[in-house]
Write a protein that binds this ligand. Structure first.
Ligand SMILES: O=C(O)c1ccccc1NCC(=O)[C@H](O)[C@H](O)COP(=O)(O)O
Length: 259
């Protein structure tokens, strides 16, 4: 049976085919090599205290329209002012109303690392991410086989980027560890059903162990939720909805950090 994730990826592949036709790989590879070097988020993520990856998120398959973000750079600047350790920018068009132009605008505004949050299924997207200034890319274990996972992790590193390897089950955590992921996310949202269960992070955190940096993703709606996952071992939280709907993004990030 086809899942939400399958249908998102079908749209991503169709868009990708258009971009590849408009700008062949050779040109994107050159732009990636010429881009300013990527910034590693790992030192900040490993530092004491909870780090926040603050997301620029207009809409989502689970919640529909969330916020009318006309100036993503201003939002990212406000997040950085509140102490965000990194900014996540959704660049998928059909379900999230994001663009690569959002990534460009955010990259130009902030000095903290920037995550290109998309559904990465093809080498081209990694060169493209780097060409547009991304420092971090997302690898969703549920969307990739082991060979793709290993290849894309390696390619991310070769381009100087850090891969956030996203899991949702014990088996996916084991697959992430097997390819040597150093930054592992547990998504509290099941991308096949869109159900959110904040307990997911706590159930999987121990399995990740102490070597990898642990990121709790999705469904963190309040500082109390952030404090909960931090107490369960999260080094980092990735937050979208709660920040874009808060009204004062700088304060919202600062409150999440305090927990
Ligand atoms: O947000 C969704 O509905 C969604 C559905 C299908 C695939 C991915 C989806 N979201 C991407 C994310 O990972 C979240 O934007 C991110 O973790 C922040 O989540 P939240 O704080 O709950 O907005």
């Amino acid at each position: 049976m086809s899942t939400v994730l399958d249908s998102i990826i079908a749209g991503v592949r169709a868009d990708l085919a258009e971009r590849k036709a408009a700008k062949p790989m050779f040109f994107v590879e050159r732009e990636a090599v010429e881009a300013a070097a990527a910034i590693s988020p790992m030192e900040r993520f490993r530092a004491p205290g909870l780090a926040v990856i603050a997301e620029v998120k207009r809409r989502s398959p689970s919640k529909g329209d969330l916020a009318d973000i006309v100036d993503p750079a201003a939002l990212a600047g406000a997040y950085a002012e509140g102490g965000a350790a990194a900014i996540s920018v959704l660049t998928e068009r059909h379900r999230f109303n994001g663009t690569l132009a959002d990534l460009d605008a955010v990259r130009a505004r902030v000095d903290v690392p920037v995550l290109r949050k998309d559904f990465m299924v093809d080498e081209y997207q990694f060169f493209e991410a780097r060409a547009h200034g991304a420092d971090i890319v997302l690898l969703i274990v549920a969307a990739l086989d082991d060979s793709e996972l290993g290849r894309f992790l390696h390619l991310s590193k070769e381009l100087g980027m850090t891969a956030l390897v996203e899991t949702h089950t014990a088996e996916e955590v084991d697959r992430a560890l097997a390819v040597g992921a150093e930054l592992i996310g547990v998504n509290n949202r099941n991308l096949k059903t869109l159900d959110v269960d904040l307990a997911t992070f706590g159930l999987l955190a121990d399995r990740i162990g102490e070597d990898a940096v642990k990121v709790a993703e999705s469904g963190i709606l309040s500082p109390a939720d952030a404090a909960r996952v931090a107490s369960e071992g999260a080094d980092v939280v990735l937050v979208g909805e709660a920040l874009v709907k808060h009204g004062s993004p700088t304060e919202a990030v600062a409150e999440m950090i305090k927990g």
